[in-house]
Ligand binder design. Structure first.
Ligand code: FE
Length: 421
């Protein structure tokens, strides 16, 4: 790398490039010093074998990124009156990628509107894709936090209600009931994501679900520094990535699935077969085509028994058996539901005119998506729609409609990284 200028030496402005697989944005001006790219490194000057620091795809899976030009929206300027301040404002449920991304998009144009973020966890900001590769990259669980929830809330001027559960929605009074009391809203945004599905016989107190940072940190603490035997139930994307990372982190893994191979939703010759071959030197045992019959505690260990009589004794058990969208909040508001909270792709509005949703909890035309990249575009769409509404534009569609795209899935199995569609 020889390009280290920080002021463009030509007339070309600094550009941003977005990773199609995970949404990571490379900023030429800032570079990425952690990856050996000094500030001012042009994207064109990055070596071809460079990999996305979050998910590992190569340069060819990046494209030029234009941040949303909010000023181009056909909306009047914000009316920053005392009346704006006295409104209940926007309440967002969920402080993951979707919640914080929306906050940033909103704040650029609605500096005065009260925004309240309600989250069951701490609201700390982190990159979720790193949970799948942290062990092999020797990243300590506590170093995954980029900014604490409190710091982010101060920076974006939002009220953060951490460790607070949203209980139900009363649409008539536009009130969200929480474990810290009722919150009135002008607009409510559901960004609470999805949760691990736990088919029988996986009981919640006997297995880990690694769906967010706090769960990951607790799991790591339970593993400690010794070599452990971890059983992972479910060999889809998350199960396979975790198996890979645990094995490279020095643990022994048994990966169990009902299908014949891991990553069974993709053709075997493209995914499962080459992955198993790449794992041949790692302490990963794959047990396919089995149904789990029971999971029981045995002293300090856990015993998994399959229907065909195989027995696995493990120190820890991880459930990676897919995700479901929690329905309680949406149902309390009577929201239309179709495989998730049904939203209008133009605006991400739900069936209630004052309730919107984005991220893993939504479905567009009955289709849900659990990937990071669409969340950035959804946050732009939703911010545009809310900004129009707050500026009292009589509009039933957003200036930045969300477009469903075929997702590029980067399987972060570092022994054999795969890019699948
Ligand atoms: Fe990426």
């Amino acid at each position: 790398m020889n390009t280290t200028r920080q002021v463009p030496s030509d007339d070309t402005a600094w550009q941003l490039y977005i990773c199609h697989a995970c949404g990571y944005i490379y900023n030429e001006q800032a570079g990425d010093p952690d990856c050996g790219l000094p500030a001012g490194t042009r994207f064109a000057d990055i070596p071809d074998d460079w990999a996305c620091p979050l998910c590992g795809v190569t340069k060819s899976d990046f494209e030029l990124y234009a941040p949303p030009d909010m000023s181009a929206l056909k909306c009047a300027s914000v009316c920053r009156t005392a009346a704006t301040r006295s409104t209940p404002g926007i309440v967002i449920v969920g402080a993951g990628k979707a919640g914080w991304e929306l906050v940033q998009n909103l704040r650029a144009q609605l500096p005065q509107t009260p925004i309240t973020l309600v989250t069951a966890c701490s609201g700390d900001v982190y990159d979720k894709p790193l949970l799948s590769v942290a062990m092999s990259r020797h990243i300590q669980p506590e170093s995954l936090v980029k900014e604490s929830g409190t710091e982010a809330a101060a920076r974006w001027q939002v009220r953060l209600l951490a460790h607070t559960r949203a209980l139900r929605i009363c649409t008539e009074s536009q009130t969200l009931r929480t474990t810290r009391g009722p919150l009135r809203y002008t607009e409510l945004v559901l960004a609470h994501g999805a949760e691990a599905a736990l088919p029988d016989p996986l009981k919640p107190d006997l297995c880990w679900r690694i769906n967010h940072l706090q769960a990951y940190q607790r799991f790591q603490a339970a593993l400690g520094s010794a070599t452990r035997h971890v059983a992972i139930v479910g060999a889809g994307l998350i199960g396979s990535e975790l198996a890979n990372d645990l094995a490279l982190g020095g643990h022994r893994v048994t990966l169990i699935d009902t299908q014949e191979r891991p990553l069974a939703r993709w053709p075997a010759d493209q995914a499962g077969a080459p992955l198993l071959a790449a794992w041949s030197g790692l302490p990963i045992q794959f047990i396919g085509t089995v149904q789990l019959q029971s999971l029981e505690r045995r002293g300090h260990q856990f015993q998994l028994t399959t229907l065909d009589g195989q027995v696995v004794l493990a120190d820890q058990v991880v459930a990676a058996t897919g995700l479901i969208t929690p329905s309680r909040l949406a149902h309390s508001a009577g929201l239309a539901w179709c495989n998730g909270i049904a939203v209008n792709a133009q605006t991400l509005q739900t069936s209630d005119p004052h309730i919107y949703a984005l991220g893993d909890c939504i479905s567009v035309n009955g289709q849900s998506s659990r990937f990071i990249e669409p969340i950035l575009r959804q946050a732009q769409t939703l911010a545009a729609a809310l900004i129009c509404k707050h500026q009292q534009q009589a509009t039933d569609h957003s200036a930045l409609p969300y477009v469903v795209r075929e997702a590029l899935v980067r399987v972060k199995t570092t022994s054999l990284p795969l890019s699948l569609h």
